[in-house]
Design a protein around this ligand. Structure first.
Ligand code: UDP
Length: 329
């Protein structure tokens, strides 16, 4: 009998890659998404796959699911600072109410649940690199607070279900990840820079570009998530690539990669934008035997090829998403 897994946020960047991985590994996959930031195009190739079913549903509302479930992976959430600003209430709801609903579903089905947390739980970190034991430096009322605090609540309620109900839970803290199917206009730095280079625009560096990030290629991340799901580790585990780079250096890498002569221009640093970020992955190495394998130069080449395959229309379109209908909720 094939095992059955529910993946939320299935039409998004990470969710769709997870659907592919679990189908490849012989699971029956139920992909759930309300398409507020995800797009069906990311799942088009699974349309006629008998092992895949798409369910259009907002996990912040009660979830009724017929039949058995062995695993749940909760990857539904807006995940870029621009999205949180546009749909702050949904961002709060999906990781709080949504997580509560999914924990309840996992309990009812006797399923193991893995929730997607984030390096944002560390906020603008005062320790570097960030270890799982660091409690973080988050501004609850800042613009990123809606994401950061919802994810912190998500971790908290997940541990409570584990401790109180004995539920099988896993928590992954995801650091900046990139790869195919990222939305070109979600404001994240990699699609922003590549889109600008392809359209012949200047690259916009926020602040002086000295802030750092550490970028992980999506296949590495997916491997880490699968290892964590099947491990016995209940407490959060960082998954990310420790190869740290300043945003100014990153802009130069993108200019070289795209073989363009774009200039960079500077814009103000958004409020509470973390100045440095690098995962300490000692725990993932020790407990999961996981390390990232794809170098940034290789991962960027693969990702660039994906963006090159987009149509002119996609390249110039502002965004495919219609946030308007959600704004009052
Ligand atoms: N950033 C930038 N130019 C852009 C978009 C982002 O300089 O056009 C910066 C942003 O201020 C941040 C870094 O790149 O310091 C990473 O931003 P992103 O939104 O990708 O992710 P996060 O801040 O959540 O790590």
């Amino acid at each position: 009998m094939k095992k059955r897994v529910l993946i939320t946020g299935a039409a998004g960047f990470l969710g769709s890659h997870l659907c592919d991985r679990f189908i490849k590994d012989g699971f029956i996959v139920f992909g759930m998404d309300n398409l507020i930031t995800g797009k069906l195009q990311n799942l088009e190739h699974l349309n006629n796959n008998k092992c895949f079913e798409f369910i259009n549903h907002d996990v912040s509302e009660y979830i009724s699911f017929e039949g058995e479930l062995d695993y749940i992976l909760h990857f539904a959430s807006p995940a870029s600072p621009i999205d949180y600003l546009k749909i702050p209430i949904q961002t709060l709801k999906v990781s709080s109410l949504g997580t509560h609903n999914l924990l309840g579903l996992a309990k009812a089905k006797g399923a193991r649940i893995l929730v997607a947390s984030t390096s944002e739980v560390y906020g603008d970190p005062l320790v570097h690199p960030q270890q799982e034991s660091y409690f973080g430096n988050v501004n609850p009322i800042g613009p990123r607070g809606v994401y950061d605090e919802a994810k912190r609540f998500q971790e908290s309620i997940t541990m409570a279900y584990h401790r109180f109900h004995g539920l099988e839970t896993r928590i992954v803290r995801i650091f900046n990840t990139y790869g195919s199917r990222m939305r070109l206009n979600d404001g994240r730095v990699l699609p922003a820079f590549i889109g600008q280079a392809l359209r012949g625009e200047d690259l916009t560096i926020f602040g002086d570009g000295s802030q750092t990030r550490s970028f992980c290629y999506v296949d590495d991340l997916v491997n880490g998530i699968v290892k964590l799901l099947f491990s016995n580790e209940v407490e959060p585990v960082n998954i990310g690539n420790p190869d740290e780079i300043t945003i100014a250096e990153f802009a130069n890498e993108i200019i070289k990669l795209t073989n363009t002569n774009q200039k960079v221009i500077y814009k103000p640093l958004p409020e509470n934008d973390p100045l440095q970020r690098q995962p300490d992955i000692t725990k993932a190495k020790d407990v999961l035997g996981w390390i990232p394998k794809v170098s940034r130069s290789e991962g960027l080449k693969r990702t660039y090829n994906y963006f090159l395959s987009l149509t002119e229309d996609e390249l110039y379109k502002k965004d495919h998403n219609d946030f308007k209908k959600y704004i009052k909720n």
